[in-house]
Design a protein. Sequence first.
Length: 185
Amino acid sequence: MSAAAVNQSDQFTAAPSAASAPSRLQQLSLGLLRVGFGWALFWSGIDKVFGLGFATKPEQSVLAGVSPTKGFLMHGLDADAPAAALLKPLAGNPVADALFLLATVGAGLALLLGIGTRVAAIGGGILMLNLWFASLPLQYNPVLDQHLLYAIAALSVLAFDSGRYLGLGTWWRQVPLVRANRWLI
């Protein structure tokens, strides 16, 4: 195998060089994508917890004793949807409620701050894929809706390590626990 062939195949596994560092505009875009996705998750979660009167009325909040998953899964999910048989039994389940709040409030806050972005992007992305699946068949487009776009955003946050931009990600990487457990980046 020639040296050129080896170098070409290694370009995807080698550490990025200074010449391939993202430009300031790319860094800004990646940081804003992460912050935007984080805000969408975080806002959804705190609105469910506190009933801020946007998507959730105060009397329908978690603080009022209402399950954050029950309303959507029992009334917002079309009974004929492919996911209905799988998801409706989870309505009001304490584990489903905790995972929903962890994926919205927890992952959203982590993404906003730029810390723990790997775990947060995976959790938020899985939530968005589940919401996309629950929305099938889609009303306005046969394939694409906002949930799938958010899942793609989560993949981008993960793939491009966007916690390094517009957040605490650089500091976070130096925390001893994170240095010892790189998956916490």
